[in-house]
Design a protein around this ligand. Structure first.
Ligand code: FMN
Length: 266
């Protein structure tokens, strides 16, 4: 078998990665930091405040051990309190002293927080099904559109993965490039992917701490998802999704989760 090389196997990825290998840190736009903004909230959309998030007092050890992909969900809705905890842990704005916009659970290159979270809601108590944009600074959701999300549509959107349509909520993590690339240039794209990982891990651990289930999703059609989520791909890119719901197994029962997963593949 031929020896693997990036250049032969994945020339696009190789070109990007090597093209940003010797990059003067902060050199783009003279290293100027753009202002830190809380998000791309619209302000004119219907508004739903979230309850104050009470992060569950679960040990790190328990949360880490309970984290596992879940691909079988019950039909039960999530509560607004659970949604508030998930969003706060993933990308919320906190109450520490210092610059308010930079008090967030995940780290962020330059403290610029270029990510956005959108929720595709199928089943949350007191929230009609639809698409909602999370506004961390005001701890609430603005409704992008009311829309039923039929199973066949979601299964298509997520490339034939039927478990996505069983979830109560699907989070869409996207990258608003103007908020960090004016400082970091092309290399900043790497940082956005890394930050998405930090953010998603926080979300995963919060899911585990609440006894919920989730599966992270890299498989989706970018353009269709962007249209549904109200995202303009010219300036903001969907990166990473997560389907969340009540698991059809105890969340810390890793072996049972894996067995269910295998059964799905049979
Ligand atoms: C970047 C990334 C993308 C993923 N995309 C999908 C996906 O589209 N569908 C899916 O069912 N699982 C997806 N997963 C979940 C992995 O399959 C899962 O984490 C892996 O099999 C390990 O199992 P565990 O999470 O139960 O420990 C993804 C995971 C990562 C990190």
């Amino acid at each position: 078998m031929d020896e693997f090389t990036f250049a032969d196997a994945v020339p696009l990825a190789w070109t990007f990665h090597r093209g940003t290998a010797r990059w003067l840190f902060n050199a783009s736009a003279g290293g100027e930091s753009p202002p830190v903004v809380p998000g791309r909230e619209n302000g004119a959309l219907p508004w739903t405040p979230l309850p104050t998030a009470e992060l569950p007092a679960v040990t790190l050890s328990d949360a880490v051990q309970a984290r596992v992909s879940c691909r079988r969900f019950l039909a039960d809705p999530l509560t607004p309190a659970e949604v508030a905890v998930l969003l706060r842990a993933a990308y919320g704005i906190g109450t520490r002293s210092g610059p308010a916009m930079q008090d967030r659970p995940p780290p962020s290159g330059g403290g610029l927080y270029p990510l956005e979270l959108t929720l595709l809601v199928r089943a949350v108590e007191n929230l009609e099904p639809g698409v909602y944009h999370y506004v961390p600074a005001a701890n609430g959701l603005e409704r992008v559109q009311s829309i039923e999300l039929p199973a066949a549509f979601l299964t298509y959107l997520f490339m034939g993965q039927p478990w996505v349509a069983e979830a109560a909520v699907i989070t869409v993590l996207s990258f608003a490039g103007g908020r960090s690339l004016t400082k970091y240039g092309d290399r900043g794209y790497r940082y956005a992917l890394l930050e998405a990982g930090h953010t998603m891990q926080n979300l995963n651990l919060a899911v585990a701490a609440l006894g919920l289930g989730c599966v992270n999703l890299g498989g989706f059609y970018d353009d269709e998802l962007a249209v549904l989520a109200g995202i303009d791909v010219e300036s903001e890119l969907p990166l990473y999704c997560c389907a969340i719901g009540r698991p059809d197994a105890a969340p810390d029962d890793r072996m049972r989760m894996r067995a269910l997963e295998r059964a799905e593949g049979d």
